[in-house]
Ligand binder design. Structure first.
Ligand SMILES: [Zn+2]
Length: 628
C-alpha cells in the first residue's frame, strides 16, 4: 500500500505570493550609486523610489522582487537567449539519453568526446584565448559497465513472466541494476522480510537498498536482494500512478558480491499476488556486468578573460547520471551556453569579459574537486546547473534557484521555504556575505521578462547535494539552478520526453547570464543589484519580525550589509576589505536561536498529538507503508 497521494498544491515547494516587480527610472539609479559610494549605510527601503508604473511587467518570481533596470544580467539575457539553439541542445540530450554513461565507462567517454567535438567546432582549443582540455583522475573503484539483466517470475505451469529486462543501454529498464551490482544467475524462492528469509532465498522488499540491509541479508544467506523502493517525491503528481512502473536508480558499494536489483512497485505487486495465489513465488535473476578502468575524465573549456584573467567564473554540470533531466539537460544546456558565449564574444555582440569563463563537464563532485585542485586561476564565483530542462507539464518540477548559504539556510522563515529535498546542515564559516544569489535572481526575472513575463520561477535556501557543495567548502560564492520536485527523479522514467527544450533554454540562459554578469560587472549594474538586495532585506527582516525572531532579523541585516560591500567591490572594481570577507558575526547566535525554535516546535508537536514520530524521511516515505 502506498500513502494516498496528496494534491500537488499541498506537497509543492511553491510559495504562494507572486510578486509584481516594477521598473525604476534611470535618474534615481545614478543618485543611488553616488550615495552608496560616499556612505557605508544602506538606503532604507522606504527611501527607494518605487515607481507605480501601470505598464509594469508582471514577473512571476516566487521570492523577493528585483529591480528591473536595464543593467546587470539584463545586458546578456536577450543576446544569449536569441543565440541559444534549442534543436541542437535537444540533440545533445537525445545522444546522452541513449547512453547510461556510468563514471569512467566507454559511454561516459563518448559523451565527453561529443561535447569536446562540439566545443572544438565552435572555436574552443583554436586560440590561446579559447582553451579546451581533458583532465584525468583515478577513481576509487573500476568503472562499472552494465551489459544486460533480466528478472522474471517463474510460473507454476512452467515458463516465466519477465518483469524487467534490458540488453541495450537505451532500453527503458536499463537502470534495474544498481551501479556496482555484480553479475549473477540466480533462481530462488521469494521472502518478503528478513525475519521470514531462509538461506538461499531472495529478499524482495520495498525498503531502500541500503548497505546495512544488504549486509543483514548476506548474513542470513540470502541469494539476492530485490528492492521496489521509491522516494516520497516519486509519486506521480497527477495521480495517474505513472510511478508504479518506475525503477529507482541506485548504487551499492563497489565490490558488493550480493546480487541486487531494483524493480517497480507494479512488479512488487505481481510477485506479492503470485505468492498470495500459490503460497510461494520463485524469481529468476540474471545480470552481466563488466568492470573497466579506474580513471575518469573531466572536460574543461575556457574563454580567457581580459583585465582579471587570473580570476575565474566557473560553470559546472555533471554527465554521469543516466537521467535525461538529471543530468543530460544540464550538460547539454551548458554546452550550448559555452557555444553561445564564444560566438557572442567573437562576433563582438558582447564584450570580452574581464574574468575568465570556465565550463566544466565530468563526474559529479569529482569534476569540481579536480578543477579546484588543478586550476591556477582564482575561483571568483561559480554557477552549477543540474536538472535544468525538466518539463513542468510532464514532471511537475518547477524551476528553482538554490541560493548560496545565507541566514535563510539556517533559519527558514515563510515565505521562504525548503523543497521536498529538505534542509542541509550549514557550517557557520560558510556564511560569508556575497551577492551571487541576487544576481541569479535578477537573471531568472530577466529571462521571464524576455519571454513575456509569464515564466514562473522559484527559489529555495541552500540544501546541498551536488557540486556546489565543493565550491561552498572552498569558500567560493556559488548558486545552483535546478528543478524539483520531479516525480521521475532518479528513476527509469527520467527520459528524453521529460525534457522541455524551451525550459532548457530559459534555465540555461539564466545560468549563463549570471556567470557573464559576474565575469564582466560594470558600475552601471550596482544600483540595480543594491535595490534588489534591499528588497530581499525588507522581505527577510519583515518575516523575522513577524515570527518574533529578532536574532534572525539581525543576521539578515548583517548579511545584507556584507552583500552591499561585496556588490560595491564587484561593480566598481575595488578590493573587498578583508573585514567584509568574514562570516557574519551573528552566525552562532542565529544557529542557537534556530535550535531553540526547533526544540520549542518539537515540544509543541509532542503535546499536540502525544504520538511517537513515525519518521518522515522523504527517501523512505513510500517504503514506509510497506508493512515490513
Ligand atoms: Zn542525480
Amino acid at each position: 500500500m502506498i500513502r494516498p497521494p496528496r494534491p500537488f498544491g499541498e506537497r509543492s515547494v511553491l510559495g504562494s505570493d507572486v510578486r509584481v516587480v516594477r521598473p525604476l527610472l534611470g535618474a534615481c539609479a545614478l543618485a543611488l550609486v553616488a550615495a552608496c559610494n560616499s556612505s557605508p549605510g544602506l538606503p532604507e527601503p522606504e527611501d527607494l523610489p518605487g515607481a507605480a508604473d501601470e505598464q509594469a511587467a508582471r514577473i512571476a518570481h516566487h521570492g523577493p522582487a528585483v529591480d528591473l533596470q536595464e543593467s546587470g544580467t539584463q545586458r546578456f539575457v536577450g543576446k544569449a537567449y536569441d543565440r541559444f539553439d534549442v534543436a541542437r541542445a535537444m540533440e545533445t540530450v537525445a545522444f546522452m539519453d541513449e547512453r547510461v554513461r556510468t563514471p569512467g565507462s566507454p559511454q561516459y567517454d563518448e559523451v565527453l568526446d561529443r561535447v569536446a567535438a562540439d566545443l572544438e567546432a565552435a572555436g574552443f582549443g583554436s586560440h590561446a584565448r579559447f582553451e579546451l582540455e581533458f583532465h584525468e583522475s583515478t577513481m576509487d573503484a573500476p568503472a562499472w559497465i552494465p551489459r544486460r539483466a533480466r528478472v522474471a517470475l517463474a510460473l507454476e505451469e512452467g515458463g516465466e513472466r519477465v518483469l524487467h529486462e534490458f540488453s541495450r543501454s537505451a532500453d527503458v529498464d536499463r537502470v534495474m541494476l544498481p551501479r556496482n551490482a555484480p553479475s549473477c544467475d540466480v533462481r530462488a524462492k521469494v521472502a518478503f522480510s528478513l525475519d521470514e528469509l531462509h538461506e538461499g532465498e531472495v529478499l524482495v522488499t520495498r525498503t531502500s537498498l541500503r548497505p546495512d540491509l544488504v549486509q543483514r541479508a548476506q548474513r542470513k544467506g540470502a541469494a539476492a536482494v530485490v528492492s521496489a523502493a521509491l522516494a516520497g517525491y516519486n509519486e506521480d503528481f497527477r495521480g495517474d500512478g505513472r510511478h508504479l512502473d518506475a525503477i529507482q536508480y541506485r548504487e551499492v558499494a563497489p565490490g558488493t558480491s550480493m546480487p541486487v536489483m531494483q524493480i517497480s512497485p507494479r512488479s512488487f505487486e505481481r510477485i506479492e499476488a503470485e505468492t498470495l495465489a500459490r503460497g510461494e513465488a520463485t524469481l529468476v535473476l540474471e545480470a552481466d556486468v563488466e568492470l573497466g578502468e579506474r580513471r575518469v575524465r573531466t572536460l574543461v573549456a575556457a574563454i580567457v578573460g581580459g583585465d582579471r584573467r587570473d580570476e575565474a567564473v566557473v560553470f559546472f554540470s555533471h554527465v554521469q547520471e543516466p537521467g535525461a533531466s538529471d543530468n543530460a539537460s544540464g550538460a547539454a544546456g551548458q554546452l550550448e551556453s559555452a557555444i553561445v558565449a564564444i560566438d557572442a564574444i567573437r562576433t563582438g555582440a558582447i564584450e570580452h569579459p574581464a574574468r575568465t569563463l570556465v565550463f566544466v563537464w565530468g563526474m559529479e563532485f569529482e569534476e569540481s574537486e579536480v578543477w579546484l585542485e588543478r586550476t591556477e586561476r582564482e575561483p571568483f564565483a561559480a554557477v552549477n546547473a543540474v536538472m535544468v530542462g525538466n518539463s513542468r507539464e510532464n514532471t511537475g518540477a518547477v524551476p528553482l534557484l538554490e541560493r548560496y548559504p545565507d541566514p535563510g539556510a539556517v533559519a527558514t522563515l515563510a515565505p521562504d521555504k525548503h523543497t521536498l529535498w529538505g534542509a542541509g546542515d550549514v557550517e557557520l564559516d560558510w556564511l560569508v556575505p556575497n551577492g551571487v544569489s541576487v544576481v541569479a535572481r535578477c537573471a531568472l526575472v530577466d529571462v521571464s521578462r524576455h519571454v513575456g513575463g509569464d515564466w514562473e520561477t522559484y527559489e529555495n535556501p541552500w540544501e546541498g547535494g551536488t557540486d556546489h557543495d565543493n565550491l561552498i567548502k572552498a569558500g567560493v560564492p556559488v548558486v545552483l539552478f535546478w528543478h524539483f520536485p520531479d516525480f521521475t527523479f532518479h528513476t527509469s522514467l527520467d527520459r528524453y520526453e521529460m525534457v522541455d527544450g524551451e525550459e532548457l533554454r530559459r534555465m540555461s540562459v539564466a545560468a549563463l547570464a549570471t556567470g557573464l554578469a559576474l565575469s564582466d560587472p560594470r558600475p552601471m549594474d550596482l544600483d540595480r543589484y543594491l535595490r534588489s538586495m534591499a528588497e530581499e532585506r525588507r522581505v527577510r527582516v519583515e518575516a523575522a519580525e513577524e515570527a518574533e525572531r529578532p536574532i534572525v532579523a539581525e543576521a539578515w541585516r548583517e548579511w545584507c550589509l556584507g552583500v552591499q560591500h561585496w556588490f560595491r567591490a564587484l561593480c566598481l572594481s575595488i578590493e573587498l576589505e578583508p573585514s567584509a570577507a568574514l562570516p557574519i558575526s551573528a552566525g552562532e547566535e542565529l544557529q542557537d536561536s534556530q535550535f531553540a525554535a526547533e526544540d520549542e516546535a518539537a515540544e509543541e508537536a509532542m503535546e499536540e498529538d502525544g504520538e511517537a514520530d513515525e519518521g518522515d524521511d522523504a527517501e523512505d516515505a513510500v517504503d514506509a507503508s510497506s508493512g515490513e
